[in-house]
Design a protein around this ligand. Structure first.
Ligand SMILES: [Zn+2]
Length: 224
């Protein structure tokens, strides 16, 4: 079986996505790339009932290489993402809060600094019918310099170096959207400025170094 490990991973993370409520039924799809091949979830099978053999393998041009079932209808979107960068995995869901934001906003405002883990403020890709090359192109544009994007009136998509990474990005995207939606219910959320985000990015690359006790007379310790 081609890409056996990758197809097993699709089953594992498909189950996780269903169990954590990120997808309902067949509303979501995942893929993993290995060289010129992509293992993708099949069309019409609930993600918590996947078997490795049921996950088709296609080449990066979209030709079916192995598998009896049809690849996900969003396979063109997955392939467009792989064609535009070095992503190793793609996760697409119709998660609740992501879809709420994608239905009402043109972007997710940067209300929390962890949005930098997704490359910056998340864009909403322009609406197009699911499964079309137009949607694939819109998503590809919205992902420029990012690891996450929302799809207008549809859901969200994330990329990662591998499936665990792309899945974590989906969990973070959903959390950020939930915080934003809930914050809107309480008041007008404060949005972080570019300067505040730049300070966070700077700190990530220049973490504080805490002196070892005893090495730094100027740093008070309990014994002092
Ligand atoms: Zn979808």
């Amino acid at each position: 079986m081609l890409l056996a490990d990758q197809r097993r991973l699709l089953c594992e993370y498909g189950r996780r996505a269903a169990e954590t409520g990120l997808v309902v039924g067949t509303a979501g799809n995942l893929s993993v790339r290995e060289g010129d091949l992509v293992a993708v979830t099949p069309s019409g099978v609930p993600l918590d009932r996947l078997e490795p053999e049921a996950c088709p393998v296609v080449d990066v041009a979209g030709h079916l290489v192995e598998g009896d079932l049809q690849p996900s209808s969003e396979t063109p979107m997955h392939l467009a993402v792989y064609a535009s960068g070095d992503a190793g995995a793609v996760v697409h869901t119709h998660s609740t809060f992501g879809t709420v934001v994608a239905t009402t906003m043109t972007g997710l405002p940067p209300i929390h600094y962890t949005v930098l883990l997704l490359g910056g403020p998340v864009r909403v890709a322009e609406y197009a019918t699911y499964g079309t090359p137009e949607l694939a192109a819109n998503v590809r544009a919205a992902l420029e310099g990012r690891t996450a994007a929302l799809l207008a009136n549809h859901g969200g998509v994330t990329v990662g170096p591998d499936l665990p990474g792309a899945f974590e990005a989906t969990r973070l995207l959903e959390w950020l959207c939930e915080v934003y939606v809930r914050a809107r219910a309480v008041g007008e959320p404060r949005v972080l400025t570019e300067e505040q985000l730049a300070a966070v990015a700077h700190r990530a690359f220049h973490p504080p170094v805490f002196p070892v006790r005893g090495d730094s007379p100027g740093f008070p310790t309990r014994e002092d």
